[in-house]
Design a protein around this ligand. Structure first.
Ligand code: NAP
Ligand code: MG
Length: 401
């Protein structure tokens, strides 16, 4: 057996819940540990541990990501009323992704993983569309009220000297709802820089859209920030790289993306990115065939799978039944983190391993061995449906060979 690849700096490892927690262990044991002398700083974000630590483990994991620069995260349960009962929680703990994003700030880049035989629902999308989602503020940090008849909602902003600007939002004759949103110049600027840098890094055009004709101050700030930063810092590098930056209105953008062949980065405000990343994932076939990375302006990278904990499969697994869970997104979260760790520590063997692991996964699928979600989509004629462990075994054999 060849010697295992050595690492320098540990990767922050954030374990999670249910079926993805099972996948996590299988991927490490069967694909990573035989080849890498894996160094990680381990944080258990499984719901039991979050309960036990009053969710402090989530904050500690995010801080570790800032300190060590590269993290990989397993999918985790965001508790709702049912989960509070199921796990006997003392509190309905917040979404770990929300907590981590609030600490790291940053932009989430999500791109489909394309394999021969899997044809997107939009057949003109022959190249991946990367969604860049601003992961801070807007409706995810809102304040909202339900209001009664006769209420008047006002927006009041008090400056450091105590003087206030105020405006009436609406005087309610009947009941209704009202909400306040915010973002910061700092976060918008780092969103812009993350998008421009990522475009240069991956040599793809960058498209951005908001609704600045309606939101003349809020959305306009996003548009202007992108434009100013592009002209001052990136215009020349874009020209040298032969790529472009393009801005339009969000409704025009949707039509253009639909008619495009893909191969670009689509920068989205937080909510647009939430919706559009699920739309593109579905169009390219499966949430299990997406890469996802949170790029923090503070210099940290957090890799994850875009899907959830696949609860329904977990209950089958617990009954001892075979599962059809596709491990690709979890494997690519690991390969993404390993590649980044290799690049930042100057360890080409780690980078090569990450490339090879991804290639071998795609070769396995393209040779016709795949989990049920892909089996239903694949146009290959010689395909066979593999359960999760059979698929992992096929990948492990290719990786060893
Ligand atoms: P989900 O775990 O993404 O699963 C929804 C369905 O999508 C599954 O039942 C399965 O369909 C299919 N699916 C998802 N991933 C798959 C994979 N790798 N291979 C094959 N099929 C896959 O979403 P959910 O059931 O709505 O949420 C479950 C838990 O995950 C929730 O507690 C939620 O809070 C959490 N969640 C976490 C994250 C995160 O940590 N990033 C994101 C979203 C949700 P079939 O059943 O038809 O096979
Ligand atoms: Mg979503």
């Amino acid at each position: 057996m060849p010697e295992r690849i050595r690492m320098k700096t540990p990767i922050v490892e954030m374990d999670g819940d249910e079926m993805t927690r099972v996948l996590w262990r299988w991927v490490k044991e069967r694909l990573l540990l035989p080849h890498i002398d894996l160094k990680t700083e381990y944080y258990d974000l499984g719901l039991a541990k979050r309960e036990e630590t009053g969710d402090r483990v989530t904050t500690a994991a995010a801080e570790a990501a800032l300190r060590l620069g590269v993290a990989v995260k397993c999918a985790t349960i965001t508790p709702n009323a049912e989960r509070v009962k199921e796990y006997g929680l003392s509190e309905m703990w917040k979404s770990p992704n929300g907590t981590i994003r609030a600490i790291l700030d940053g932009t989430v880049f999500r791109a489909p993983i394309l394999a021969r035989g899997i044809v997107p629902y939009i057949p003109t999308w022959t190249k991946p569309i990367t969604i860049a989602r601003h992961a801070y503020g807007d409706v995810y940090r809102n304040v909202e009220f339900s209001v009664g008849a006769g209420c008047r909602a006002e927006l009041v902003v008090t400056d450091g000297g105590g003087s206030a600007a105020r405006a009436t939002i609406h005087a309610f004759d009947g009941g209704g709802v009202v909400q306040g949103l915010y973002n910061t110049d700092e976060s918008i600027a780092s969103f812009a820089r993350a998008c421009f840098s990522y475009a240069l890094d991956t040599k793809q055009d960058l498209w951005f859209a908001t609704k600045d004709t309606i939101s003349k101050t809020y959305d306009r700030r996003f548009k202007d920030t992108f434009e100013t930063i592009f002209e001052a810092e990136y215009e020349k590098a874009f020209a040298d790289a032969g790529i472009s930056y393009f801005y339009t209105l969000i409704d025009d953008m949707v039509a253009r993306v639909l008619r495009s062949e893909g191969g670009c980065i689509w920068a989205c405000k937080n909510y647009d990115g939430d919706v559009m990343s699920d739309m593109t994932a579905a169009a390219y076939g499966s949430l299990a065939m997406m890469r996802s990375v949170l790029v923090s302006p503070k210099g940290a990278f957090e890799y994850e799978a875009a899907h959830g904990t696949v609860q329904r499969h977990y209950y089958k697994y617990q009954k001892g039944e075979k599962t059809s869970t596709n491990p690709i997104a979890t494997i690519f979260a690991w390969s993404g983190a390993i590649r980044k760790r290799g690049e930042s520590d100057g360890l080409p063997a780690l980078v090569d391993f990450a490339d090879r692991l991804e290639r071998v996964c795609l070769e396995t699928i393209e040779a016709g061995v795949m989990t049920g979600d892909l089996f239903a989509l694949s146009r290959l004629t010689n395909k066979t449906e593999a359960d999760t462990e059979t698929f992992l075994r096929a990948v492990a054999e290719r990786l060893a060979g």
